[in-house]
Structures are given as structure tokens and as C-alpha cells.
Design a protein around this ligand. Structure first.
Ligand code: NAD
Ligand code: ZN
Ligand code: ZN
Length: 344
């Protein structure tokens, strides 16, 4: 058996990843070893590599939290999965299971939560160690490369739409039609919502239309808030901001209908100004949303297994990661890049 694996490692923030040969890790008690088949590249991996956020990962680390693979070995005492199962190793790598948030199925905010590809090494490697209690179980019939974007971009956009509390027939704005947004449009349509997609790239907006968006608005053209209010007859009942750009956040609040909810999931570093009078006098809710719980994960995957949602993917080898990051930073990735690993 092989003893070493390829991994793309962050050694310094803001520098290219380094392709390295690392020893294949051994799963400890209660852990499993996963042989990676595919791993999506999320904009979060780019924030992680740049050290964008107040809570920084320890160096060196291996990013990637959309890793899908086959369970190759079990540590002592593991019963939740078996060898040969296809699983995903998500952003929510593990949690304590006992605190008030875990008990309320709010485990992404558990103080003990660990994050895949951030506080734990992730899927930009041929093998990943995982906690079997928090892995995603990939439905039969879903290929690894198709499942990869769902375990972060999919669950996050799906949960974010639920958090808007918009009901069938009502309007949602999906701001940012990238990895998260192109799936968000499909979830929203499958949930019976009317969708207005917002981006700064006409190619992405054309794609949004093909995916079923009822209206599209280019945020760089004229007055995008007025355009959304016109298209939706008074603003969207729910707004989901996935754009990694601060300007999109203030706009998103303005696009929210009276008594509606604006859900923030994009994570550009920084703050955005909030027009207090408008938010108060229009009774607008502004809410953060952070991936989702294990039930949300199963639901998000089920939409895809039922053929209602499909990730658009561009396949690349692990060795292309620095080029992929460069394109992602410039908004030049059409939907989602998935790194595919050789089967031997
Ligand atoms: P992406 O790069 O694939 O897509 C971003 C899209 O936003 C692109 O289509 C881009 O053209 C568009 N955009 C840029 N500026 C815009 C603007 N001003 N208005 C409208 N659209 C604009 O990124 P992604 O992988 O979809 O991730 C998006 C963000 O969500 C990142 O900040 C990421 O860290 C964050 N994220 C958060 C969570 C969470 O749990 N809250 C989970 C995953 C990702
Ligand atoms: Zn992600
Ligand atoms: Zn907890």
C-alpha cells in the first residue's frame, strides 16, 4: 500500500499553495480515513488561504471542505460508517454534540466546532481523516464530482433560502451567481419560489436565466435596487447574499421587501453600513447563516439525488489549484471547479 499522498498545502497566508508529498494519516480511535475522489473549490478556501478572517487557521494546513471519497480505513470503535461507503467531509467537521446549540441542531455555531480544510486538514489531498459522526452520506447514484459542490455550496444556499422564510410563490433575490448562487437558484425554484438573480457579470446572469431565474439584474448597471423593486413588485420577500463583495450587502438590504428577511452568507472581510431608519421603519430582518446542520445536509443532497438540482462543474487536477484560485479571485470561474483525483 502507498505510504504517501499528494496534498496542496498553505504554508503562508496570501502565497500560492505548495504541492507536497505527505505521509498518509492514520485514523485515530473514532475517526475514519477517506480516499478522496473529488473536492470542490469554494471561495471560502481562497479566504482561508489569504488569512482573510479574524479567526485564522494554524499554519501549515490543507484547505478543501467539499471532499468526497470512499471510506478506506476505520479507527477503533467506528460504527457510523463502514469501509467502502461514499461520504463527504464538510466544513462542519465535528462539534461537541452536547452544548445548547448542538442540542438545538445548531451545531455550526458550537464553540467546540472544528472546520474542514480550516482547523482540520481538508480535501485538497488524496486522503482525508474525518469524524464519521459529522460526514455527509452521499446518496447512491450521485457521482463524487456531482456531490462535491453540494456539501458546502449546496447546503449553504439551501439553508440560507430556508432562513429567509420566503414561501412558495414569493420572491427571493439570489445575489452572486457563483458556486453558491447557481445552486441557490435551482433550490429556490424547486421550493416553488420566484427568483431574481443579481450579479455583476452578464455571462453569469445569462446562466442564471438558463437555470430558471425569473428575472436578472446586473448590480453594476444603473440603480440595481430600483430594478429589483420593479421586477418583484416591491422588493423580494427573501434576499440571499452570496456575493463576496461588501457592496452587495448594503444593496441586498435595500432589495428586501417590507417585513422581509435578508440572509447574509457571503464572507468578504469587513463591515457594511446599514441604513437604520429603513431597516427599522420597514421591519426588515437581517440574519447570518452558516452552512447548515446534518439534517439540512441530507435534504440538500436529496434534491440532487431526485434530479431537481445539479451542480455545474469544471473538472481540474489538484496541480491546477493555484490557477483556479487566481480565476476565482477575479470572478472568472463559471460555477464550481471540482478537483478530481485519479482512482489509483
Ligand atoms: P464564487 O466566487 O463562486 O461566486 C461569487 C459570485 O458573486 C460570482 O458570480 C461574482 O461574479 C458575484 N459577485 C461579485 N461581486 C458581486 C456584487 N457586487 N454583486 C453581485 N454579485 C457579485 O463564490 P462562492 O464559492 O459562491 O462563495 C461566495 C461567498 O460565500 C464567499 O465569501 C464564501 O466564503 C462564502 N461562503 C459562506 C458560507 C456560509 O456558511 N455562510 C459557506 C460557503 C461560502
Ligand atoms: Zn464552502
Ligand atoms: Zn456543541
Amino acid at each position: 500500500m502507498k505510504t504517501h499522498m499528494q496534498a496542496a498545502v498553505v504554508e503562508q497566508f496570501g502565497k500560492p499553495l505548495v504541492l507536497k508529498e505527505l505521509a498518509i494519516p492514520t485514523p485515530g480511535p473514532g475517526q475514519v480515513l477517506v480516499k478522496t475522489e473529488a473536492c470542490g473549490v469554494c471561495h471560502t478556501d481562497l479566504h482561508a488561504t489569504n488569512g482573510d478572517w479574524p479567526l485564522k487557521p494554524g499554519l501549515p494546513f490543507t484547505p478543501g471542505h467539499e471532499g468526497i471519497g470512499i471510506v478506506a480505513a476505520l479507527g477503533a470503535g467506528v460504527t457510523a460508517v463502514k469501509e467502502g461507503d461514499r461520504i463527504g467531509v464538510p466544513w462542519l467537521y465535528s462539534a461537541c454534540g452536547h452544548c445548547e446549540y448542538c442540542l438545538a441542531a445548531r451545531e455550526p455555531v458550537c464553540a467546540e466546532a472544528q472546520f474542514g480544510g480550516y482547523t482540520k486538514n481538508g480535501g485538497f489531498a488524496e486522503y482525508i481523516v474525518a469524524d464519521p459522526n459529522y460526514v455527509a452520506h452521499i446518496p447512491a447514484g450521485l457521482a463524487a464530482r456531482e456531490a462535491a459542490p453540494l456539501i458546502c455550496a449546496g447546503i449553504t444556499s439551501y439553508k440560507g433560502i430556508k432562513e429567509t422564510q420566503a414561501r412558495p410563490g414569493e420572491w427571493v433575490v439570489i445575489s452572486g451567481v457563483g458556486g453558491l448562487g447557481h445552486l441557490g437558484i435551482q433550490y429556490a425554484k424547486a421550493m416553488g419560489l420566484q427568483v431574481c438573480a443579481v450579479d455583476i457579470d452578464d455571462g453569469k446572469l445569462a446562466h442564471a436565466k438558463r437555470l430558471g431565474a425569473d428575472a436578472v439584474v446586473n448590480a453594476n448597471d444603473g440603480d440595481p435596487i430600483a430594478a429589483v423593486i420593479r421586477a418583484t413588485g416591491g422588493g423580494a420577500h427573501g434576499v440571499l447574499i452570496t456575493a463576496p463583495s461588501l457592496g452587495a450587502f448594503k444593496q441586498g438590504v435595500g432589495m428586501t421587501r417590507k417585513c422581509g428577511t435578508c440572509v447574509l452568507v457571503g464572507l468578504p472581510p469587513g463591515e457594511f453600513p446599514t441604513p437604520l431608519f429603513d431597516v427599522v421603519a420597514n421591519c426588515i430582518t437581517i440574519r447570518g447563516s452558516f452552512v447548515g446542520n446534518r439534517r439540512d445536509m441530507a435534504e440538500a443532497l436529496a434534491f440532487a439525488a431526485d434530479g431537481k438540482v445539479r451542480a455545474d462543474i469544471e473538472l481540474q487536477p489538484l496541480s491546477a489549484i493555484n490557477n483556479v484560485f487566481q480565476r476565482l479571485g477575479h470572478g472568472d470561474v463559471p460555477s464550481r471547479v471540482v478537483l478530481e483525483f485519479a482512482s489509483h
